[in-house]
Design a protein around this ligand. Structure first.
Ligand SMILES: NC(=O)C1=CN([C@@H]2O[C@H](COP(=O)(O)OP(=O)(O)OC[C@H]3O[C@@H](n4cnc5c(N)ncnc54)[C@H](O)[C@@H]3O)[C@@H](O)[C@H]2O)C=CC1
Ligand SMILES: CC(=O)C(=O)O
Ligand SMILES: [Mg+2]
Length: 557
């Protein structure tokens, strides 16, 4: 059986030299060692002061592209400072930095023409040790459609968050973009498009390519964790590989887990049991179906049979309510939720479906901005004391409704979570706080759990455990403030909890190859997980000083 390389933090000295040769926080001794003495201004700065300057400089950049260039440069020239700024400002970053770092830089491209030779292309990656990769073919990037190789920003952004949220060492991550063609006509005609100018390969060709890729990845980096991201139709690959490799699909399983956690907390808020729920989904793609299947599992644990649980869901796609007798051939992944109790009636619009079903919850994973319109939201508020409204499509320009729209049109009654962040909204003299249901709450902990436990594969039970862990990680104060998820400022703490529960489930099922942690208490596991996490504060060993207006931080955990 293949073994995973040991996870051990690299020496601070190596990191000093590799990532931060010109760092104003270096002491005189370090500057002498690195021969940078004299090349830097004389003052030795604290990390806090450096971070303050960064934020000031960032604020002075007016356009997103300027902010992006500034942060990319910072990440390349002073990695540890970049991650400290990211982590210390996580709430701010959901509005400013995260959208910026969730965008392109560089990684590895593997093309259709590389088949037969993929293993050698992987060997060109300049870093020796890779523990995790995020791989996309760019065919469905967020709600923005087929971006071909311009989708590289997503693996880069997700892996940045792996480091920020779960402390996976940045040099051990591999952003991977597959160049399998694109059906984006504008790109095919654009001389500046950087991918191969050909139509997307067929499903059978994609399968052949992915089969070779999975073998190659595990040959070069045995036991590597693979996160599939933003593929147009990711169901077949997940089915093929999930029991064979340490891999998961973030859009189906990560999103499913995060939204299940939000729904568990939303049902606690409304007090309505699973058996009384009627859920209408718009968007029956990887995310929509992934989320609903995860909730079906929860409803079963709440006492419903699988069939009773499945019957709580109605799906709307581009042709209307999905039914058995609609007259079109349904894609395989839609069949499970297709209705057979519609008495021959067909419903074309979301509003007709809402009138017909009288849902308790409305979830959007459709990429259609504004489809939760005023009329629909008002109806949800008339039908429910506390309607659950989850417009989950990303980015915000594709959201089914904004927080402000949801609050205004439900008269402040909605229990709300969105995929992208919205600002708080002042309604009837009260500041209403939105929740953000984004898979960033779980994928870092799932990935770290799989790395540390050296999981043979990532089971559905491990994914489910991440959802329950996240729902429990939301504390009483957050729930009292109407939140369904923990504050993002606590994301590292949350990732530890998610990681711990993923590891415990791997242990329970005997999927852990790292067996030395079996039988340990939660506290022991948490301490072990923390000790393995990259901590930008510890890397330099420079003593922090308190700087006015900024918190003193020596270590993240
Ligand atoms: N909040 C989160 O953490 C996550 C959010 N998402 C978001 O969910 C959205 C969908 O993602 P996927 O399911 O992976 O995409 P997908 O392409 O697999 O599915 C999109 C679905 O929307 C449906 N749709 C498109 N136009 C429609 C219309 N006018 N009326 C009704 N249905 C329509 C399509 O038929 C398809 O079923 C994206 O915006 C993505 O960013 C995805 C993953 C995580
Ligand atoms: C968040 C995410 O994974 C998506 O929108 O696809
Ligand atoms: Mg995604």
């Amino acid at each position: 059986m293949a073994s995973t390389p040991n996870y051990s933090p690299a020496s601070p000295q190596r990191n000093l030299q590799k990532s931060t040769p010109h760092d104003t926080s270096h002491s005189l001794d370090v500057r002498k060692q690195l021969r940078t003495h004299g090349l830097l201004p004389p003052s030795v700065e604290s990390h806090a002061l450096q971070a303050q300057r960064c934020l000031k400089q960032l604020a002075s950049k007016t356009s997103p592209i300027e902010k992006y260039i500034y942060l990319s440069t910072l990440r390349n020239t002073n990695t540890h400072l970049f991650y400290r700024v990211l982590l210390e400002n996580f709430n701010l970053t959901t509005k400013t930095l995260t959208p910026v770092v969730y965008t392109p830089v560089v990684g590895l491209y593997v093309s259709w023409k590389d088949r037969g030779n993929i293993v050698n292309v992987l060997r060109n990656w300049p870093k020796p040790k890779v523990e995790i990769t995020v791989v996309t073919d760019g065919s469905r990037i967020l709600g923005l459609g087929d971006l071909g190789v311009n989708g590289m920003g997503i693996p880069v952004g997700k892996l940045t968050l792996y480091t920020g949220c779960a402390g996976i060492r940045p040099e051990n991550t591999l952003p991977l973009c597959l160049d399998l063609g694109t059906n984006n006509e504008a790109f095919l005609k654009d001389p500046l498009y950087l991918g191969t100018r050909m139509k997307k390969v067929t499903d059978a060709e994609e399968k052949e390519f992915l089969d070779e890729l999975m073998v190659a990845l595990n040959t070069v980096w045995p036991g590597i964790v693979v996160q599939f991201e933003d593929f147009k139709n990711p169901f077949p690959a997940l089915e093929r590989y999930q029991h064979e490799y340490s891999c998961f699909n973030d859009d189906i399983q990560g999103t499913g887990a995060v939204i299940l956690a939000g729904i568990i907390n939303a049902l606690k808020t409304t007090g309505k049991p699973a058996k009384d729920q009627r859920a209408v989904f718009i968007g029956a793609g990887s995310a929509g179906v992934g989320v609903a299947k995860q909730i079906v599992e929860f409803f079963q644990k709440e006492g419903l049979t699988e069939d009773e649980a499945r019957q709580c869901f109605w799906f709307v796609d581009t042709k209307g309510l999905i039914t058995n007798d609609r007259g079109d051939k349904l894609a395989q992944h839609k069949v499970y939720f297709s209705r057979d109790d519609n008495d021959g009636q067909q419903f074309k619009t979301l509003e007709q479906v809402v009138d017909y079903v009288k849902p308790t919850m409305l979830l959007g994973l459709s990429t259609i901005r504004g489809v939760f319109n005023e009329s629909i939201l008002k109806k949800m508020a008339q039908m429910n004391e506390q309607p659950i409204i989850f417009p989950l499509s990303n980015p915000s320009s594709n959201a089914e409704c904004s927080f402000e729209e949801a609050v205004k049109h439900t008269g402040g009654k909605c229990v709300f979570a969105s995929g992208s962040p919205w600002p708080p909204y002042l309604y009837n003299g009260k500041v209403m706080q939105p929740s953000q249901g984004n898979n960033v709450y779980v994928f870092p902990g799932i990935g770290l759990g799989a790395i540390l436990s050296k999981a043979v594969h990532i089971s559905q039970e491990m994914i489910y455990a991440s959802a329950v862990a996240l729902s429990k990680a939301t504390n009483a104060s957050e729930i009292n403030h109407g939140k369904l998820y923990p504050d993002l400022d606590r994301i590292r703490e949350v990732s530890v909890i998610v990681c711990r529960e993923v590891i415990k489930e791997a242990q329970r099922q005997g999927l852990d190859r790292e067996t030395s942690m079996r039988g340990k208490s939660d506290e022991e596991l948490d301490a072990w997980i923390r000790s393995r996490m990259y901590d930008p504060y510890k890397e330099h060993g420079v003593v922090e000083e308190k700087v006015a207006g900024s918190p003193l931080k020596k270590s993240l955990l």
